[in-house]
Ligand binder design. Structure first.
Ligand code: HEM
Length: 182
C-alpha cells in the first residue's frame, strides 16, 4: 500500500509543470536580432536620437560681414573644403580608424553647415553641440592636431589665403575643450 501511494505521488510529481525549466526554455528561445538602422531614402543619413537644434551648438559666433565667406569662395568653396578635409581624415592612417562606423553622410552635412554658419555664408547649423558629438569618441590632443593638418591642407587646396585660414582656425581653437576628452 505504501509503495502504491509513493508510486502515485511520484507519477503526480512528474506531471506537475516545472516552472524553473519552463522559464529556462522561454529564456533560451532565439532572440530576434535588432533591426538594422535604415538610411533615409532622401538624405542618405542614419537616424539619430532626438535633440534640440540651435545655431549656438555650432560652438562659435559667426564672422561679421561677407569677407570670410568670399575668402572661402562661398558655399561651393566651403563644401569643397569640408569634403576634402573629411576625405583626407578618413584616409589618414593616424586617425582614419576613429571614423569607422560613424555616419559620414551626416558628418559631411553637419560640418558643412557649421563651417558655413561660422563663415557667415548663409547657413543654419542643425547638428549637435560639440561636447555631445564627441563625448563618446575619446579624442586626444594629437587627434585634433592631425585633423587641423587635414583642414589646413584642404584650405590650401582651395587656395584660401593664410590670413583667412588663420582667422577661421582661431574660431575653432576654443572648441578643443569640448572635443578633446582624454
Ligand atoms: C574643432 C574641431 C572639431 C569640430 C569643429 C568638429 C565638428 C563636428 C561636427 C559638426 C560633428 C557632427 C555633429 C552631429 O552629428 O550632430 C562632429 C562629429 C564627429 N566628429 Fe568632430 N569635430 C572636431 C574635431 C574632431 C576630431 C579631432 C575628430 C577625430 C579625429 C572628430 C571626429 C568626429 C566623429 C567621428 C564624429 C561623428 C560622431 C557621431 O557619429 O555621433 N572630430 N564633429
Amino acid at each position: 500500500m505504501i509503495s502504491l501511494i509513493l508510486a502515485l505521488a511520484f507519477a503526480g510529481m512528474q506531471d506537475m509543470p516545472d516552472t524553473d525549466s519552463a522559464q529556462a526554455v522561454s529564456e533560451a528561445a532565439p532572440e530576434q536580432p535588432a533591426p538594422e538602422p535604415q538610411r533615409d531614402p532622401v538624405t542618405g543619413e542614419l537616424p539619430v536620437d532626438p535633440y534640440e537644434m540651435s545655431d549656438a551648438h555650432a560652438g562659435a559666433t559667426p564672422f561679421a560681414g561677407t569677407g570670410m565667406r568670399d575668402a572661402f569662395h562661398g558655399q561651393d568653396g566651403i563644401r569643397r573644403v569640408v569634403n576634402t578635409m573629411v576625405d583626407r581624415a578618413t584616409n589618414d592612417p593616424r586617425i582614419s580608424e576613429i571614423f569607422v562606423s560613424h555616419d559620414l553622410v551626416r558628418l559631411r552635412r553637419t560640418l558643412f553647415e557649421q563651417f558655413c554658419y561660422i563663415l557667415n555664408a548663409g547657413c543654419t547649423y542643425t547638428g549637435r553641440d560639440m561636447a555631445s558629438s564627441h563625448r563618446d569618441i575619446g579624442l586626444q590632443i594629437d587627434d585634433l592636431n592631425i585633423l587641423v593638418e587635414n583642414l589646413q591642407a584642404a584650405m590650401a587646396q582651395e587656395k584660401i589665403s593664410f590670413s583667412a585660414q588663420n582667422r577661421f582656425l582661431s574660431k575653432l581653437a576654443p572648441m578643443k575643450r569640448d572635443v578633446v576628452t582624454r
